[in-house]
Structure formats: structure tokens, C-alpha cells
Design a protein around this ligand. Structure first.
Ligand code: BDP
Length: 331
């Protein structure tokens, strides 16, 4: 929970003003209110999952604890919100694994190309001991990794032409998150990778700074990027999931019973998030297609072959390699 001085010392000026009460509509969070950040819009499934945690907290503590969610990237980029959470200026942050690969090398295993065969495989692995051990491995440096959320399969989309095979991407500038693994993946698929933060993608597409990007259907839809990038190629090259981090400092300040409640609600939010996700993903896809997005099937084997060297390079790390083998056993 927020202490004003600690907050102002630890973050970018604009975000600090927003969190500490300078934000016109927000006001200062009352005592007992956790703060959370997400780059997505208010009705995105990850944001709704965190809202749900807040509502349950309020219900179960008679309003003593609650949550304020700063959505739509109000607090800044994911890498920044991770730092704010480490220092306790934010209590929760929801980020994609793409934002973690450079900070926590082992996390990269979940972002690598074609690690998961399908959604069922991913959920099985993350719900089991592999997921449990990964959450434990990522709970360090002032952060507690609370749960995974779905993020579907990432595909490449662009505003120039249909893409069927890696060669079709030659000469195209494709936006990737700020992650070495994503840079290597896009390069291996034949594109010129351009790292940008999520909030910059729409304008970059509109001004032709980039030709395309890669993401899931709900992100294409909620950011309205489908208006400027109408060629969607079903590459499914990465199923990089989402992660909910809680500040260790914030958790430590709670009574053991409150701490258990918070962690338990985070775990329980996964099921409701998945129900929302499945609905939202289908609706986003239908909405984009109804608005002119053309879907092309791709030669998946060609994309798999093209990205194999990336897999090899990043699996040279023994930790990642161990997790990778365990994930494949769940296929
Ligand atoms: C979306 C994730 C979001 C990432 C974004 C990105 O939900 O957390 O910031 O991709 O590509 O799918 O940066």
C-alpha cells in the first residue's frame, strides 16, 4: 500500500503524480487500498482479473482491504512497473513474460518459439509442478510471482501484404517487445525486429515507422491496431503468458491471515480469467475480421524450422533447458 514519500522518491514524475493523487480522476488511494498496474484497457481480461481480486478482498475483509487498478499503461511501461513493485511503490503489477526475459533469464523458457503445442498443454504445464517451480524461481528481488494468466498465441500482423512463409517477412520492420528473445525470434522469421513498448505500437504503425507487429487477437483489437494492420498470419510462434507480481514488501506488511488471503485470491483469479479470456479471444478475432482483417494460414513447419536456432541458443542455459524438458513432458 502506498506511502506518499516512498512513492515520489521511486518513480517517474508523471506516474508518481498519478499514483499520489495528482491524477484528476483518481485521487489518493485511501488506507488499506492496494495499487495495481496493467498496460491493458479497463475491460481486458487481465485487468478484470485484478479487479476481481480487489472485489473479493473487499468482500472478505468487510472493506478493510481493497484494490485500485491503474490500467491502460497509466503508470508506464511494464519494465518500469516491475521496478516500482520491487520497491513497494506499487503493490501489484501484471506483466507479460516478454518483459521478464532480460531480467530473469529462466523466464525466457515460456516465451520461446513453439514451446507449447496448444492452450491445453500450456495450462497443464503452468497448473502443475512446472508452473509452481517457475513461480518460486521468479519470486526474488523483492517480488512474489503470484500466478500466470493466459495470453493466447502470438501471431504476426502487418499493414503491407499477406504472409505465408518466413520469406514473406523479408524487409519488413516488425515491432517486438523489449526482449532479446523476441528480437531473435523475429529476426529468425526473416523480419527486421524493432523493439518498442506496447503503448507506442499504434502510432508506429500509423506513421509507418514499422510495418507490423506480433501479438494476440485481444491486443490487436483493444488497441485498434486492426485499423492500420489488416494482414494477420497465423504463425502462433509464441504463447508467452502473463504474470501477476506482488511486491514482497507489501506482502510482508500484512498479517499472516491477510497475506494468505491475497495469495489465495490471486490463485483463484486464474480460473475466472481463463473463462473471460476464452470468450474475449473469440470475440476479438470476430471483431477484427468483421472490420477487414484478412487471416492467412501459414506454413507452420517453415516457421518452426526458421526459429529452431533460437530455441537452440536459448536452451544452452541449463536452467531454461531443465524447465523446457519438463514442459515438453506435459505435451
Ligand atoms: C500483450 C501483453 C502485454 C504486453 C504486450 C506487448 O498482454 O502485457 O505488454 O503484449 O507486446 O499480449 O508488449
Amino acid at each position: 500500500m502506498i506511502k506518499r514519500r516512498q512513492l515520489l522518491g521511486g518513480m517517474a514524475a508523471g506516474a508518481a503524480v498519478a499514483l499520489a493523487g495528482g491524477h484528476a480522476q483518481a485521487g489518493a488511494p485511501p488506507p488499506g487500498t492496494f495499487t495495481a498496474s496493467d498496460v491493458h484497457v479497463k475491460d481486458y481480461p487481465t485487468v478484470q482479473a485484478i479487479q476481481w481480486i480487489g472485489e473479493q478482498l473487499a468482500k472478505e475483509t468487510g472493506g478493510r482491504l481493497s484494490m485500485r487498478v491503474y490500467h491502460s499503461g497509466q503508470i508506464g511501461r511494464e519494465n518500469d512497473t516491475i521496478d516500482l513493485t520491487r520497491y513497494g511503490a506499487l503493490d501489484f503489477t501484471r506483466v507479460n513474460f516478454a518483459a521478464l526475459t532480460n531480467i530473469f533469464p529462466v523466464s525466457g523458457v515460456l516465451t520461446l518459439p513453439y514451446v507449447f503445442d496448444d492452450v491445453g498443454h500450456m495450462r497443464r504445464a503452468l497448473d502443475g509442478t512446472v508452473g509452481k517451480d517457475l513461480l518460486a524461481a521468479l519470486s526474488q528481488r523483492g517480488l512474489v510471482a503470484a500466478c500466470f494468466y493466459d495470453s493466447g498465441a502470438r501471431c504476426i500482423y502487418n499493414g503491407r501484404r499477406p504472409v505465408h512463409e518466413p520469406g514473406d517477412l523479408r524487409g519488413m520492420k516488425i515491432r517486438v517487445p523489449l526482449s532479446d528473445i523476441f528480437m531473435s525470434m523475429a529476426q529468425a522469421m526473416g523480419a527486421n525486429p524493432t523493439p518498442l513498448s506496447f503503448g507506442e505500437v499504434f502510432t508506429a504503425l500509423q506513421t509507418h515507422l514499422i510495418d507490423g507487429a506480433e501479438n494476440n487477437w485481444p491486443s490487436l483489437d483493444s488497441t485498434r491496431q486492426f485499423e492500420v494492420a489488416r494482414h494477420w498470419a497465423e504463425t502462433h510462434h509464441s504463447m508467452s503468458p502473463e504474470l501477476l507480481f506482488i511486491s514482497e514488501r507489501s506482502l510482508r506488511a500484512l498479517t499472516p491471515a491477510d497475506r494468505d488471503l491475497v495469495l489465495d485470491l490471486a490463485t483463484r483469479s486464474v480460473t475466472m480469467m481463463r473463462t473471460l479470456w476464452d470468450k474475449d479471444e473469440a470475440a476479438a478475432r470476430a471483431h477484427c475480421i468483421a472490420n477487414g482483417v484478412q487471416v492467412t494460414e501459414v506454413d507452420k513447419d517453415a516457421f518452426r524450422r526458421a526459429t529452431e536456432p533460437v530455441l537452440k541458443t536459448y536452451l544452452a542455459d541449463p536452467d531454461r533447458n531443465r524447465f523446457y524438458r519438463r514442459i515438453r513432458q506435459e505435451a
